[in-house]
Design a protein around this ligand. Sequence first.
Ligand SMILES: NC(=O)c1ccc[n+]([C@@H]2O[C@H](COP(=O)([O-])OP(=O)(O)OC[C@H]3O[C@@H](n4cnc5c(N)ncnc54)[C@H](O)[C@@H]3O)[C@@H](O)[C@H]2O)c1
Ligand SMILES: [Zn+2]
Length: 362
Amino acid sequence: MKTISTEKHPIYIGNDSVSELNNFLFADNYSSVFILVDENTKKHCLTKINKDIPLLKKAKIISIKSGEKNKNFKTCVKIWTELLKQNADRRSLLINLGGGMISDIGGFAASTFKRGIDFINIPTTLLAQTDASSGGKTGVDFNEYKNQIGTFAFPKAVFIIPSFLKTLDKRQLLSGFAEVLKHALVADRNYWKKISTTSLPLWEKGARDEVWEEIISRSIQIKNEIVSKDPYENGLRKALNFGHTIGHAIESLSLRKDKKHLLHGEAIAIGMMCESYLSRKYCGLPSKEMEEINSFILSVFNPKPIKHSTQTLLAMMKQDKKNRDSEINFTLLSSSGKAEINNSCSEELIEEAIKFFNSLLA
Ligand SMILES: NC(=O)c1ccc[n+]([C@@H]2O[C@H](COP(=O)([O-])OP(=O)(O)OC[C@H]3O[C@@H](n4cnc5c(N)ncnc54)[C@H](O)[C@@H]3O)[C@@H](O)[C@H]2O)c1
Ligand SMILES: [Zn+2]
């Protein structure tokens, strides 16, 4: 097991982190314990946790419907109602057992219930294990814009059990892999070279837990180094937003319009390709590096062309929380491995970036 001690909370990585979870529950005298799950984590993850940790057998289960479309106030009200009904008090603990949807909404519900109760995260998707479960951002989507209402609130601890990934399908694994690529691109050139040249089909079933453990640890180290210097995103932390300005706009539109909508990581992969083009124009990202980024993402994600008009996309981007003074804010790259924050790009160039992306798929 690896332990990463961040300023705000410890993160335990490895299948044996269940023993740390056991210690944690013994040490803290909570008045009651609640476990938040969706129908998939209830089926695939809850039994395992209950078997390994008998203390949890008495925990009360709050089950919500899976999917980004349910990361909203209606679901939050359901969580608060259950907590109230089952007499949760300020000494209660909420365990978020699930992907980023569960840790985002569970963290938000916990951080606001009776002015805040403790919560811990047990992430069960690659995306949540490498990214969403640590770093202290919680929230829900509002009026179909991503993460508009939320808090900075840190879990008491994060317990990462790679074996949970065994029941995750390839599409979901790939979605998480997009955030892994982002971590490498914003902070670690050698790591980017390594993962973009090893042709290991990591997302195929059967990747060993130790391989995942290594990838998860590197992502968390990178994220933690950045977050610890700027936990409330006043500057440096924006590095982690590479691919997310265009990516979030595409994700929100897909949630509104597509029957089978894009997953977060799939949208971010497209966002990173478009923003690599902007990086070349604004931050001097060498053409060769831009091409490497785009051809690797293309080969792994096989994205579809962007069909929305630029005006529609721009309108979505203008709602982004990262903006200031109504300018659209981008985190770009000056090289693969180095992020540059606070770039505002002209609308013409954003349109050019989208056309460029579409031309790569033609
Ligand atoms: N707070 C942050 O810092 C942060 C960072 C990145 C992303 N996010 C957010 O995270 C969310 C995406 O997270 P996600 O990709 O984990 O999605 P998710 O939580 O919706 O999970 C994806 C799907 O996998 C299922 N699932 C979860 N664990 C499983 C398992 N072990 N086996 C089988 N099925 C399982 C879920 O039920 C769901 O259907 C987005 O809302 C995104 O905005 C937050
Ligand atoms: Zn993301």
